[in-house]
Design a protein around this ligand. Structure first.
Ligand SMILES: [Zn+2]
Length: 86
C-alpha cells in the first residue's frame, strides 16, 4: 500500500487486515482498539473502512434477501480482502 502510515501503533496494512473481522465483531479488545484508534487518525483508512463497511453491509443484505448460503458471503468477503492488498 502506498503512503502507509503508522497511527495508533499500527500500520495501515495491519489495520485493513483486521477490518473484516472488525465488522464481524470478532476482534479482541486490543485489536478493536488498534482499528478504532488508527481509523480515527488516518484519513485513508477511514475512507477505505467506510467503503468497505458499506460493501459488506450491502452484501449481507443481498445474501439475506436472496437466501444465499453463508459460504457465499464469506467468499465475497475473501475477495474483498484480497482486493485490499492489490
Ligand atoms: Zn491507515
Amino acid at each position: 500500500m502506498l503512503g502507509e502510515r503508522v497511527v495508533g501503533g499500527k500500520k495501515c496494512s495491519e489495520v485493513l487486515g483486521l477490518l473484516s473481522r472488525y465488522l464481524d465483531g470478532d476482534l479482541d479488545a486490543d485489536e478493536h482498539r488498534w482499528v478504532v484508534t488508527h481509523v480515527e487518525g488516518c484519513a485513508a483508512c477511514a475512507s477505505f473502512g467506510s467503503r468497505f463497511a458499506e460493501a459488506i453491509a450491502r452484501l449481507r443484505e443481498e445474501a439475506a434477501r436472496e437466501g444465499l448460503p453463508e459460504g457465499v458471503g464469506a467468499r465475497l468477503k475473501a475477495r474483498l480482502r484480497s482486493a485490499q492488498s492489490g
